[in-house]
Design a protein around this ligand. Sequence first.
Ligand code: ZN
Length: 278
Amino acid sequence: MINHISELFGRQINSLELSPTIKQNPMVTFRPAIIITKGKICCARCHAKLKPVEARLPYHHYYCYVCIQMGRMDTRHSLVTFPEPNKFPVIESPMSWQGQLTDLQQQCANQIVKIFEKRQRHLLWAVTGAGKTEMLFPAISWAVSQRLRIGIVSPRVDVCIELFPRIQSAFKKVSSILLHGKAEQPYQYSQITICTTHQLLRFYHAFDVMVIDEVDVFPFSGNDMLHYAVQNAVKLGGGILYLTATPDDALMHKIKRKKYRLVICRFDTMVTCYQQSK
Ligand SMILES: [Zn+2]
């Protein structure tokens, strides 16, 4: 049950999960969870086009069987949102990490800061061991200083669990939270969210900047629902940095078609950068 309005900032939650007081807040918006137009049934949370036979419930109601693992949504429910207010404190020098980047890592890190500043959408191709997490730190630090909301996401739970303490320790003064299906920590509004791609189904125009790790890995690769979740979780015009160590054929095809701007960072070379518009 959501009792404090901050738990709704930038999220999309089933109306059943709200306390009566929260429902009465004038800034809270409601939209149908399942949309039916001209006989076509679509889930507003995961964007799945639903087969009537499979989605049907008694009394002409329908539910989404695609994103049911995030809690059942049906035609009797609404998705409830509160526009993300960026209600974060001003933090001087947010980065506690005192390590040193190599020249090449620093060049890559500078590129990432620019990507965040301009809210661009880039793919960073960094081989395993290139130190990509540390390369993110200057950009995260910049984003925190601007009071932006930051999402760091991976399709893999183990990656999120491994990443969370490193981010916490690098940004001790900044609020952060880890979200995944088995997380026991209660949800709290935080400036840095580290979560699985599935958890993004509960966010709506929340993040000013996002990092999506392991974009070529199951279950993210080729999964329309999770790609939609990313686009829905980032603010309109927000920046996204996609990370990969081993781009698969589909990703290479997108790079060739210049669907992504690309930054390549290997041990000894960097930087290719497409600069086409969004
Ligand atoms: Zn759905």
